[in-house]
Design a protein around this ligand. Structure first.
Ligand SMILES: Nc1ncnc2c1ncn2[C@@H]1O[C@H](COP(=O)(O)OP(=O)(O)OP(=O)(O)O)[C@@H](O)[C@H]1O
Length: 329
C-alpha cells in the first residue's frame, strides 16, 4: 500500500483537534551519504495507537528526533497536533510526552523521589502542584503502591513504566515512545502494552516504535512500516492486513489439468510443484472459492485438498522489511 500523504481537508494549521496528531510531508534527513530518513509522509490520526515499525537502522529514531525538534530535517516539513514545526513548537511540544532515550534514574531513590528530581528540573512546572502531579503520574502507570520503593528494586516493566510516568508529569495529548519494549522480558512487555491501552482509552494519541511487530500489533490501531529510511506501508492495521495477497493451494494427482483450469478461471502466477498447484486469485474468485472447486471437479480434476491461504501480518512485515535484520548492513 502506498504511504498516504493526504492533508485533512479544511484543517487549519492552528493546533485544531481535527488535524492529525502527526503529519509529515517528504521529511528527509541525510547524514553525509546516508539518507537515514527519505521522503517520509507519515500520518498519525488523533486517538490512534500508531505502531511505527522497522528493523534496527531503518530510521525510526531519527524520525522521532525530527518530530520532536531534536534534529533538523534536511528537507520536508511536519505538523505536530496541527501546529507547524518548528515555528509553533512552543504551542505543540508542551502537549507531547516522549520517551526517546529513557531518563537517567537514581537507583537508590524511590519512584517518587526520582520523579521529584525530574519535575524540579522542569522550568515550566509549578512547585506548588508538584506532589499532586507526581502522585497522579505514578497512579496512572500503576506504580502508586510502589511509589516509595527504591528504583533498583523495580522490575524491568516497572522501570519502563516509571519512565513513561516521567513523560506524563504534564498533561499530554500525544505520547511518543521509542522502542519502549526493547530489552524487556515478556512480563515487562505485557505491562507496557497494558499501560499504552489504558492511556489511549483516556483519549491520548500514542506513537510507539518497535522492530518487533509481534510485541505491539495487539494494541495498534494503525501501523507504518519503515525500510532503509522509507515508509513502505501505512494505514489502519486491518486495511494493511487486507491488502495482502491470498494464494489458492490445490493438492491433486492431476496437477497439469488443474493448473490449466486455474489459469482459465482467471488465477494469476499459477505454479505446479509436485502434486501441489498454487495460484493468485482475483477478488471475485475469493468471494466464491467453492465455485472454483466445483469447476475443477467438473473438469475431471481429483481434488485432495483445497485451501485459500492469507499471509499473516507478521509474514507481510517480514516480506517488507527483510526478516527484521539490519537492512543497511
Ligand atoms: N548522528 C548520526 N550520524 C550518522 N548517521 C546516523 C546518525 N544517526 C543515525 N544515523 C544512521 O541513520 C540510520 C537510521 O538510524 P536510526 O537510529 O534512525 O534507525 P532506527 O530505526 O531507530 O534503528 P534502532 O532501532 O537501531 O535505533 C542508520 O544507518 C544510522 O547509522
Amino acid at each position: 500500500m502506498p504511504p498516504s500523504a493526504a492533508a485533512e481537508p479544511g484543517g487549519a494549521s492552528d493546533g485544531s483537534g481535527s488535524r492529525p496528531a502527526i503529519e509529515t510531508r517528504s521529511l528527509t534527513k541525510r547524514f553525509g551519504e546516508v539518507a537515514a530518513v527519505d521522503d517520509l509522509s507519515l500520518r498519525v490520526p488523533r486517538g490512534s495507537v500508531y505502531g511505527f515499525l522497522g528493523p534496527n537502522g531503518s530510521g525510526k529514531t531519527t524520525t522521532i528526533r525530527m518530530l520532536l525538534g531534536l534534529v533538523h530535517p534536511t528537507a520536508g516539513d511536519h505538523d505536530i497536533l496541527g501546529y507547524p514545526m518548528p515555528a509553533r513548537q512552543r504551542d505543540a511540544l508542551p502537549r507531547v510526552g516522549s520517551l526517546v532515550e529513557g531518563p537517567a534514574f537514581h537507583p537508590y531513590l524511590s519512584g517518587t523521589a526520582n520523579l521529584q528530581r525530574l519535575d524540579a528540573a522542569d522550568a515550566h512546572a509549578s512547585a506548588a502542584t508538584s506532589a499532586a502531579r507526581i502522585r497522579s503520574a505514578l497512579e496512572r502507570v500503576g506504580l502508586g503502591a510502589a511509589a516509595g520503593k527504591r528504583y533498583r528494586a523495580y522490575s524491568l516493566g516497572m522501570k519502563q513504566r516509571l519512565a513513561i510516568a516521567a513523560a506524563l508529569l504534564a498533561p499530554r495529548d500525544l505520547l511518543i515512545l521509542d522502542e519502549p519494549t526493547n530489552g524487556l522480558d515478556p512480563q515487562g512487555t505485557r505491562e507496557v502494552r497494558h499501560l499504552v491501552s489504558a492511556l489511549v482509552n483516556d483519549g491520548m494519541t500514542i506513537l510507539i516504535s518497535s522492530h518487533l511487530l509481534s510485541e505491539i500489533e495487539q494494541i495498534c490501531s494503525h501501523i507504518g512500516v519503515m525500510r532503509a529510511g522509507r515508509l513502505v506501508a501505512q494505514g489502519p492495521i486491518h486495511e494493511v492486513q487486507s491488502t495482502q495477497q491470498a494464494t489458492v493451494v490445490v493438492r491433486t494427482p492431476d496437477p497439469g489439468r488443474c493448473a490449466q483450469l486455474l489459469r482459465e478461471g482467471g488465477l494469476g502466477a499459477v505454479q505446479v510443484t509436485g502434486d501441489v498447484v498454487t495460484g493468485v486469485p482475483s477478488a471475485a474468485t475469493l468471494a466464491l472459492p467453492e465455485d472454483l472447486v466445483a469447476r475443477l471437479v467438473a473438469g475431471q480434476v481429483r481434488v485432495r485438498g483445497f485451501q485459500v491461504e492469507t499471509p499473516s501480518l507478521e509474514d507481510f512485515y517480514v516480506s517488507l522489511t527483510g526478516e527484521g535484520f539490519d537492512v543497511r548492513a
